[in-house]
Design a protein around this ligand. Structure first.
Ligand SMILES: O=C(O)CCC(=O)C(=O)O
Length: 285
């Protein structure tokens, strides 16, 4: 066991949990090395590039990206193209923590890298993850692994503690799927936000219904997160995977039960992103 009873109770009550040293030094080095290579490659491009299994771009660039000031902001399904990212998703202390919270049997849904390089403007508007990835029950965890140190200045994740026990907010506004909550909910979030910082290798485990967002990087230090979504094995997706990938549905802990467990909810279907990532959906808001 990695998590003690106090940590499990904190996750249950607050909807998130910070854990140090969620990967080994070697794993962290490998993730950082691979990400540095991806940034280097991005300098040769001026628009989103690469391809995921559904034909959308894998590497998403912020407007203004250049070789001098790279602004690589998203890598979709890094586990499809990097053994190091796949192995950390599949078999690390991060995987163990998730299994202790929603296991014993756990399935992989999707992953991405969200990057905020220095001098970039990327923000993540407030939202919950469940309306993007509804399942038959809400035992889903978004695991955000800090590949760089995350400080108060470099665009940390912010969360609203306890909000996973409240309502599921609509991400559609005036017929547009903006991937963000309404303005009045955003104001509530800003008034109640807690900032999640940590050294490289730390992990934020977040319940799928927790309200969260993040501000731009105001520092000279990069902020890279490896974000993995896992579900309980008996949670079945109710809509297409927004980040389709080769390993979706893989049972990473425990075994396939052949059961579907359901809880009641009534929410609008999400819209699949048409471009490389949800940043374009959120830009419509
Ligand atoms: O990159 C971040 O700060 C948060 C990411 C996030 O909320 C998401 O990808 O759903």
């Amino acid at each position: 066991m990695i998590l003690n009873d106090e940590q499990k109770a904190f996750f249950d009550q607050q909807g998130y949990l910070l854990v140090d040293n969620a990967v080994t030094d070697e794993q962290l080095k490998a993730l950082r090395r691979q990400f540095a290579d991806w940034v280097e490659d991005s300098k040769a491009h001026d628009a989103a590039y690469g391809e995921t299994i559904d034909g959308r771009a894998r590497f998403d660039l912020e407007p203004g990206h250049s070789a001098d000031k790279p602004a690589l902001r998203r890598i979709n399904a890094p586990t499809d193209i990097s053994d190091d990212y796949y192995r950390v998703m599949r078999a690390s202390r991060m995987t163990d923590c998730v299994a202790e919270l929603i296991g014993p049997s756990v399935k992989y849904h999707h992953s991405k890298v969200n990057s905020k390089l220095p001098d970039t403007a990327t923000v993540v508007k407030w939202h919950q993850d469940f309306p993007f990835t509804p399942h038959s029950n809400d035992d889903l965890i978004t695991a955000l692994l800090m590949v760089d140190e995350v400080t108060a200045e470099n665009g940390p994740l912010q969360v609203v503690p306890g909000s996973h026990k409240g309502e599921i907010y609509d991400l559609w506004h005036d017929g547009v799927f903006t991937g963000a909550v309404a303005d009045e909910v955003t104001r509530y979030c800003l008034d109640n936000a807690v900032t999640c910082t940590g050294k490289a290798g730390s992990l934020c485990l977040m319940h799928t219904r927790l309200l969260h967002g993040s501000a731009p990087n105001m520092s000279a230090q990069p902020r890279t997160l490896f974000i993995t979504v896992y579900s309980a094995e008996d949670a079945l997706p109710c809509s297409p995977n927004p980040v389709p990938n080769r390993h979706q549905g893989e049972v990473v802990r425990g075994e396939a039960s052949g059961h579907i467990r359901s809880t009641a909810f009534d929410i609008p279907m999400p819209q699949m992103p048409k471009a490389a990532s949800f940043f374009d959906q959120q830009a419509q808001g």
